[in-house]
Design a protein around this ligand. Sequence first.
Ligand SMILES: Cc1cc2nc3c(=O)[nH]c(=O)nc-3n(C[C@H](O)[C@H](O)[C@H](O)COP(=O)(O)O)c2cc1C
Ligand SMILES: Nc1ncnc2c1ncn2[C@@H]1O[C@H](COP(=O)(O)OP(=O)(O)O)[C@@H](O)[C@H]1O
Length: 307
Amino acid sequence: MIIHKSINEIGEIKNPILTVGTFDGVHVGHQKIISRINELAQEKNGESVLLTFHPHPRKVLFPDDDSLKLINTIEEKTALLEQFGLDHVIYMAFEKSLSRMSPVEYVRDILVNKIGIKTIVIGYDHHFGRNREGDIELLRELGPIYDFEVVEITAQDIDEITVSSTKVRRAIEKGDIKIANEFLGHPFCMTGTVVAGAKLGRELGYPTANLQVNDINKIIPGNGVYEVIVQTKENRFTGMLNIGTKPTVADSDETSIEVHLLDFNADLYGQELTLTFIRKIRDEQKFDDLTALKNQLSKDEESVRRR
Ligand SMILES: Cc1cc2nc3c(=O)[nH]c(=O)nc-3n(C[C@H](O)[C@H](O)[C@H](O)COP(=O)(O)O)c2cc1C
Ligand SMILES: Nc1ncnc2c1ncn2[C@@H]1O[C@H](COP(=O)(O)OP(=O)(O)O)[C@@H](O)[C@H]1O
């Protein structure tokens, strides 16, 4: 897969079969569209191209709205797209000027003149250009003029897919990892750096690496205790993770993300850890004292070891 970091340096692509979108999550619905353009590329002796925008258009159009959290960072999205056999991914800078382009200008100047599309595969409800005025009907009108074909992903196809990035986000926010992972077709992951905490974990017999997530747009699963796989610099471990306010020991609303690695004892400060979410074990609880918390932690450990 060739990654183009700008629309201006893509060179020549042979007989491009294109799809366009934000593809947050690269979920099973997205995967189906990607297979479709790969198949068409084979049939038509062309190359499959996925055009995506960075930053996410809503982040540019509504910069003060930080409510939209994303399933993938750009690095994660790129790594996922790598797995699905695309020939090209183009990251186009989404700027306000792009959102002001008329739909015809966008098709002519970008899709035709810069990418040279021969086929575009697009959802029946896809909109583009200024005020999202452009639609599939317009593409059908422009196709014969600029010599490209339009392949529609019908409502029925999309219903069949039934997955959307919004549904995945909701499941993650609810802590419903099983559903999220099913929709995604791969497990949800999160990366962060280990920072210092209150040093109480060790006293409890459960040292925990406190994670700071580096991308402020990254979605964080809802409060609760999770089974995860932890990838350190050198190795992988089973981990038990808590996301929450630690009501037993802390008296603030601040959310912490902390993970205890099973069968591990070494310094992790400053390291980057990647968590792969397996399942939610339980909700976070407020215990009467540290002994009760410790008992529960040992039950959580048992539950993770049993699997
Ligand atoms: C698997 C796991 C589950 C946890 N569950 C709870 C919980 O239900 N309630 C709570 O108040 N704290 C919970 N904690 C947080 C502990 O209180 C916390 O790890 C301890 O206070 C150490 O904090 P420190 O690393 O900042 O020193 C949990 C921690 C882990 C690793
Ligand atoms: N099994 C383990 N799981 C997580 N962290 C561990 C483990 N063993 C050692 N550590 C180290 O101990 C630190 C956590 O200890 P803890 O007493 O909870 O302190 P802090 O409050 O600073 O997180 C981690 O950041 C890591 O460097």
